[in-house]
Ligand binder design. Sequence first.
Ligand code: ZN
Length: 133
Amino acid sequence: MEKIIIKSSKRKEMIDITGVISRIIQKSGVKKGICFIFVPHTTCGITINENADPSVKQDILSFLCKIAPEDSRYTHTEGNSDAHIQSAITGQSLFVIIDEGNLQLGTWQGIFLCEFDGPRTRNVWIQIMDFRS
Ligand code: ZN
């Protein structure tokens, strides 16, 4: 398993980690397989979405803040229930196909760490499964 560390700089942000994951796959030498990506946190998430127009990230974050606003009547006393709910919506893991040594993503797709309670230091765990034939 590979572990990477990502430092967020805002309370809410989506950080494109596609390049880091691609480099780990290239370094592994795996040509055909599956890349499993997991974030071991309860107030951040991971998702795939458009990495061309930055306004898409903005719209996703602002909509998640409408679903789970910061100042609602929550029972969790830590004051970050909005982040826990947004993390539950995005999820903590992804599978991406590896073929010819590269991540198989759509033209406009990128992999994003979704920070919902930053700034913090976040861990991302990556397990590459090698489908040697
Ligand atoms: Zn909490």
